[in-house]
Ligand binder design. Structure first.
Ligand code: KG4
Ligand code: ZN
Length: 329
């Protein structure tokens, strides 16, 4: 049984085939056009998906050595995300599903990010804590089962990915900011500048990154006067402030739930320093990260979760729409 997954929630056009829990193909086209605007332009993103999707889907089918007629179902990201880009993927999936007379399953993008961890470690078992860190979300979840999620804490303002992206813009680095900051921080001293960490009160599991961003803005205004510092030191220190917050709140979440397994989900999970720092801070915990390819937006996680949902035998109708503000719970 082969399941096609489609992902168009933001600026990645992606398609994947999953069969019996194995990813047979995962094709991702990242829209580089947005980098010159310093962020995603929704209208351009929708048009790019429209142009690319048919080709990307056929490529995924071909790479998996599969045929459209052999597909059992299609799973597609229905939210959260940009309304126009979601609509492109969902409309395409419904059209193809009708033509092939197969089910089309709506997928929650956040849930798909969490399930990317089962691809990294198939022995993963419930319950576990999940640090979900993407461009739009920063949340700590206690995951008791599929569809049984308890929110432990979340950001009150910017998401961690957003803090990377906005910080990168302030420091004159490219978009997306996370990979740019990670690259440029190499060789810098992460202890050179002590940026403020948000909501570190003893028990809080909430996050706040807007104060950090403002602090960077003021710091950069006077950076020229600081002959003792290189820009690499500032970048490394800014990255460290975000990581320190994420690591400490994750430690607290594991303590609070008395749980020893933690998975990291979303684009920021690609950050190597975050990975290392979590292992150092939590030497006895089992920490799982998705493969680098499946941290940022991709359709492998959508086809994988789609297959699980299809196997559960729920009945699916085409009567669903996009949900740009879809939550996990
Ligand atoms: O999950 P994702 O691809 O899209 C959303 O669902 O939002 O996450 C994108 C976010 C961006 O903010 C990007 O800067 C961040 O993930 N990101 C990183 C890294 N790679 C991507 N942040 C830190 N370090 C990275 N290596
Ligand atoms: Zn995402």
């Amino acid at each position: 049984m082969s399941i096609l997954g489609i992902e168009t929630s933001c600026d990645e056009t992606a398609a994947s085939i999953c069969r019996e829990g194995r990813i047979l193909s995962s094709v991702v086209s990242s829209q580089v056009i947005h980098s010159k605007f310093g962020g995603v332009v929704p209208e351009i993103a929708s048009r790019e998906h429209e142009k690319l999707l048919n080709y990307i889907v056929h490529q995924a089918v071909e790479e998996a050595k599969c045929r459209l007629e052999n597909l059992k179902a299609i799973s597609v990201t229905a939210g959260p995300g940009l309304a126009g880009t979601l609509l492109t993927g969902v409309s395409f999936a419904k059209g193809l599903g009708m033509a092939l007379n197969i089910s089309v399953l709506p997928i929650n993008h956040l849930e798909a990010h969490i399930f990317a961890n089962f691809l990294a470690d198939p022995t993963l078992e419930f319950p576990f804590v999940c640090l979900l860190v993407s461009g739009g979300h920063t949340q700590l979840w206690y995951v008791l089962n599929m569809s049984d999620y308890r929110l432990l804490g979340e950001t009150r303002d910017d998401a961690a990915g957003e803090a990377f992206d906005k910080g990168a813009r302030i420091m004159g680095l490219g978009y997306p900011g996370g990979p740019a900051i990670e690259k440029e921080a190499k060789g810098g001293n992460p202890l050179a500048v002590s940026f403020p960490l948000g909501l570190m009160g003893k028990k809080s599991l909430e996050f706040s990154f807007s104060g950090l961003k403002t602090s960077l803005l003021y710091f950069m205004d006077r950076f020229q006067e600081r002959e003792d510092l290189s820009i690499k030191d500032v970048i490394a220190s800014y990255q460290q402030a975000i990581i320190d917050t994420l690591v400490e709140k994750t430690r607290r979440a594991l303590n609070k739930t008395n749980c020893n397994t933690c998975v990291i989900a979303g684009g920021v999970a690609a950050n190597n320093r975050l990975r290392k720092n979590l292992h150092i801070a939590l030497p006895n915990a089992r920490i799982i990260f998705p493969d680098l390819l499946y941290c940022t937006d991709n359709a492998a996680m959508v086809s994988y979760l789609g297959e699980l949902k299809f196997q559960k035998g729920e009945s699916f109708s085409l009567d669903f729409g996009i949900q740009p503000n879809l939550k996990l719970v």
